[in-house]
Design a protein around this ligand. Structure first.
Ligand code: LLP
Length: 421
């Protein structure tokens, strides 16, 4: 792919280098060192705007899935752009509050909510706690009664639908741990609606992530709309249908449904219920808004030809290639006229799965060359770890032609602060 063919908004190449909203990525790498994630606030805003316009004809709410990237600055950009949030843990709820979200801006999902998380969620009075089982509904009800309040709950249903995505990120089959079988949902909701302490406000479904087609979402929407009709026969009226996230992004130029096609399909099915449509996009908001900058620390020949290009970032900074065999484009930040060579781009971690890309054609890299790993804004930094005692990666936000550090580099003291030895 030609050097500049890929970028439209935010990340662009000049004649000499890759930039983010006009800011030189080389300059950022020199200033803060690598590995570093760089985000474009403009792209995050544009993506949210695209969702907002696509759904504008129908009552809806966009709850950005914080799990994709819960950096405080990212959450604040989402909030300032009018987005709401989906939190997947007590930690993400606290993060959302610190970013300025109101409890009524938060839906709380998650298999296996702890008693502490349930206490906090009920106490705050969130917009909806997406319950994953009948037992969890019971525990929420008990806590709500103790607090003399009513918890707003939605039931997550498992419709037994194949998301046709990577098996690790498909969640809608009956063999998956998520939600309750949709065939049991009617009875469970009927019972829950009689519980003092619970107000059943919605249904929740999320069949998978990085979906490249709309078929599974369409099927899931039809299934929950049918359930709504059955519930209304039982005299149970809910407020919203939460269709989860899952819209895929092109990591390697693949065709993915547009946000407009996605919205049109969902609205077409859900509108006969008359219920507010909630969606929880994560990747589609922040994925294209971030790159991971990493420096080449070694180059060595492979025994059968080509080069190993070792970066200072690996699976501890970006887990997706090792965990899912995920593809991310990798390009040098500074344009180079060197001959193209076949490279296996690898990380420094002591695992053979620590590989970012095999057989990539790159201008001959040298030690010190800064590479950008593209479309790394979602599930990049959020899944990073201290494995091999790497520091968590630095994060930079580019906004309005300026950049700022939004997470400094961890020191070894930071890492050891919680250890007692
Ligand atoms: N809602 C629920 C209930 C979810 O479980 C997820 C993602 C989302 C929303 C957001 O889905 P998205 O729009 O981002 O596809 N680490 C994996 C992805 C895991 C997704 C987990 N759940 C990856 O790097 O591909």
């Amino acid at each position: 792919m030609p050097y500049n063919a890929r970028f439209m908004c935010g990340f662009a190449s000049t004649n000499s280098q890759l930039t983010c909203d006009g800011v030189s990525l080389s300059a950022i790498a020199s200033a803060v060192d690598t590995p570093t994630y760089v985000y474009s606030a403009a792209i995050i805003r544009n993506r949210l705007k695209a969702f907002g316009s696509a759904f504008s004809s129908y009552p809806h709410a966009i709850h950005y899935a914080l799990k994709a990237n819960s950096n405080l600055a990212v959450a604040r950009v989402v909030r300032s752009a009018g987005g709401l949030v989906d939190a997947n843990s007590g930690g993400e709820i606290e993060l959302a509050l610190r970013a300025g979200f109101d409890p009524l801006d938060i839906v709380f999902t998650g298999v296996g909510k702890t008693p502490t998380e349930i206490d906090r969620a009920v106490g705050l009075g969130l917009k909806a706690i997406n319950a994953e089982s009948e037992g969890e509904l019971g525990r929420i009800a008990v806590r709500a009664r103790q607090l003399d309040t009513t918890a707003r709950v939605a039931l997550r249903v498992n419709p037994d639908i194949d998301a046709v995505s990577h098996p690790h990120i498909s969640t809608g089959l009956k063999t998956h741990k998520f939600g309750v079988p949709i065939s049991d949902a009617r009875q469970i909701i009927r019972d829950a609606s009689l519980h003092a302490g619970l107000s059943v406000v919605g249904l929740h479904v999320h069949v998978g992530s990085q979906m490249m087609g709309l078929g599974p979402l369409r099927q899931a929407a039809k299934a929950v709309v049918e359930l709504v009709a059955e519930l209304s026969d039982d005299g149970v009226v809910v407020e919203h249908l939460d269709m989860g996230g899952g819209l895929g992004i092109p990591y390697d130029g693949e065709q993915v449904p547009s946000v407009t096609a996605y919205a049109t399909e969902l609205i077409k099915i859900v509108e006969r219920s008359g219920l507010t449509l909630i969606i929880e996009p994560g990747r589609a908001i922040v994925g294209p808004a971030g790159v991971l900058l990493a420096s080449v620390v070694d180059v060595k020949p492979k025994i059968d030809g080509g080069l190993f290009v070792v970066l200072d970032a690996g699976m501890s900074e970006l887990m997706r290639p090792a965990l899912y065999g995920a593809h991310h484009q990798i390009i040098p930040v500074e344009k180079s006229n060197c001959e193209l060579v076949t490279c296996d781009v690898v990380g420094p971690i002591c695992e053979s799965s620590d590989v970012f890309g095999v057989g990539r054609m790159l201008p001959r890299p040298e030690v010190g060359t800064v590479m950008a790993v593209l479309d790394a804004g979602a599930y990049g930094s959020a899944m990073s770890s201290n494995y091999n005692r790497h520091s968590l990666p630095v994060e930079v936000m580019v906004d309005g032609g300026d950049w700022r550090l939004v997470r400094r580099r961890q020191t070894i003291e930071d890492q050891l602060a919680c250890e007692t030895g």
